[in-house]
Design a binder for this molecule. Sequence first.
Ligand code: C2E
Ligand code: CA
Ligand code: CA
Length: 581
Amino acid sequence: GADLRAALAEVRRDGDAADRVVVDQVLVMHTGYDQAMVRMFTAVDAGDTALVLKIDSGDVDPKFDEMSNRVQDAAQARQATAARAVAELRRVESYVFIATVAGFAVGLCLLTALGMVVAGFQRDLVRQSRLNEHQAMHDGLTGLPNRTLLHDRIDRALRTSQRTGSSLAVMLFDLDRFKEVNDTLGHHHGDELLRQVADRIRGVLRDSDTVARLGGDEFAILLPVVDPDAAHEFAARILGVVQDSFHIGGFRVDVEASVGVVIAPIHGDTIEDLMRHADVAMYAAKEGKTGIGIYDPAAHSRSPLRLLLLGDLRRALEQPDELRLHYQPKIDLRAGQLCGVEALLRWHHPTRGLVGPAEFIPIAEETSLINRLTTRVLSMAIGQMRAWLDQGLSVPVAVNLSPRCLLDTRLPRHIRDLIEQNDVPAHLLRLEVTEGAIMADTTLAVAILTELHELGVRLSIDDYGTGYSSMSYLKQLPVDELKIDRSFVMDMTLDDNNAMLVRGAIELGHSLGLSVVAEGVELAGHVDALRDLGCDVAQGYHYAHPMPSEQLTVWLQQHLAATAGDPTAPPGSRETTPTIR
Ligand code: C2E
Ligand code: CA
Ligand code: CA
C-alpha cells in the first residue's frame, strides 16, 4: 500500500490533469480495498474460514481487479499517446530527412550552377581578352595582321637573321587605282576588293610568311627567310595574282599594283630603315611604272628627300591635322574692300616641322597623290567657308588646282557634292588654274572647266606671265579673273620690263572682260603703281601674310569693326569704311 501511494504521489506530481483524476479514483478504490482487507483479516483472526473466502472473492479480489484495470487502462491510454507521438515524431523525422536530402540536392545544384556561371564568365573573359588581343594586332576588314604585329614579326626575323646569317625580305605593296574603285563602285565594293586581294596574297605565301594590311590600300609582306636573288621573282608572283581581274558585285575590276622590296641586312637592319626604304622602292616602282622596285641605295641617295616626302605625305593624308590651310586676303583696289581669300596649303610634318607647299606640291604633282591632296584641300576650304557663313561672314575662297586635277573627269561632280553637302553658294568658291594646266590636254581641261563654271564656281588663271600665253585659249575659257604672277609685280617698280608686262596683262585681262589681280604686292609703292594702271585686286604681304583661319577671322572682324580704315592700306591706317561682301 505504501509503495502504491508513493507511486501515485509521483504520478500526481509529474502527470497531467487526466492522470490526477486516475490517482484520485485509484486512491478511493484503494481505501475500499484496505477496508475489505481489514474485514477479511478480522475474519481470519476469528477463524471464520467461510467468511474469509466470501470477503476475499466478493470484496478484496474485485476491488483489486478494479484498481488494477483502472491503472492498466490509464497506462494503455498513455502508451497509445506515446506511440502516436513516436509515430508523429517518426513522420516528422522522415520529412526532415527528405527535406535535408532535398535541400542538400538543391544546394548542390545551386553550387553547380554558380560554378558553371562563374566558369562561363571566366571563359567569356578569356575569350574577350583573346579577342581584344587579336583586334589590337589585326586589321578588322581583312583579318590580316596589322602594322603592330608586322613590326613584331620583322623584329623577330631580324634577330633570327643576325643569329643565323640568313636574309629576310619586306615588301610594301600598294594598289594603284584603288581610290578609283572606291569612288566609282562605293566603299562597300572597295572593302570587298581589299578582302579579295588579301585572300589572293595569302594564297601564295608560306605559313611562315606574313602579309599585313597597313591601312588604306597598303599591304606589307614579310618573308622571314629568303634568297635575295629570288625576292624579285616572288614579288612578280604577288603582282601576278593581283593583276588578274577581280569580280566584285557583278563587276569585273582590274587593278594595278606596285611593290617595293627591301632585303635585310643588305638594305637596312632596323624596322624603321626597312620600312622607309621599302616605301622609297615602292614609289620608284610607281613612278617608273615598273610594278616592282627593289630598293636602290644609289638612286635613293640621289633624291632621298623627294621620295621620303612622298611616303610621308601619303601618311599625312590619313592624319586629321598634319595638313592645314592658311588664308591670304585679296583686296579690291577701287572699293577698298576685302573681296576674297586664297587658301594655301601648309604641312605640319611630325619631325620636319612646317613644310611649305613649294617643297611638297611639285613632288605630289608628279604622282596621283595630288588628286587626293586637292580633294582634302577642297573639303577643308569649303568647310571653312561654311564656318564663316555660320558666323555671318560671306567670304569667297580660292583654291589652287594642279594641272593633273584638270585631267580628272570626276572633279566637277566631287566639287558639286562638297558644295551641296556644306550648303554653300557655289559662287563663293573660286578655282585657280595655271596656263600650263590647260595646255596639257586643252580639250579635256576646257570641258572640265566648263562643267565647273556651269556649277556656278568662279575660275581664275593663276601665275599669269610665267607660262605659255595664248589669247586664243584665254578667249574660250569661262574664266573671270587673271592673276599676274608675283615675280613681275614684286619687281615692277625696279624693272621696266616687268612693269610693262604688268601693264600688258592688265590691259589684256580688261580687254577680255576679266578682273585682274596682282600677286606679291609687298610695298605701298606697288599699290600706287597698280592703282594707276587700273589693276582691280591686290594680294600680298603688304596687306597680310597667309594665316590660319582663326587669325583671319580676327583680321576680318578688325576690318569690319574699324569705322574709318582703309583695308587697302595695312591694318591700322584709317580712311574709308570697309565692308565685306
Ligand atoms: P601661288 O598660288 O602663286 O600662291 C601664292 C604664293 O605667294 C603663296 O606661297 C603666298 O604665300 C605667296 N605670297 C603671297 N604674297 C606674297 C608677297 O607679297 N611676297 C611674296 N614673296 N610671296 C607672297 P605659298 O603659300 O608658299 O604657296 C606656294 C605655291 O604652292 C602656290 O603659289 C601654289 O602654286 C602652291 N599651292 C599652295 N597651296 C596649294 C594647294 O592647296 N594646291 C595646289 N595645287 N597648290 C598649292
Ligand atoms: Ca594661286
Ligand atoms: Ca599665283
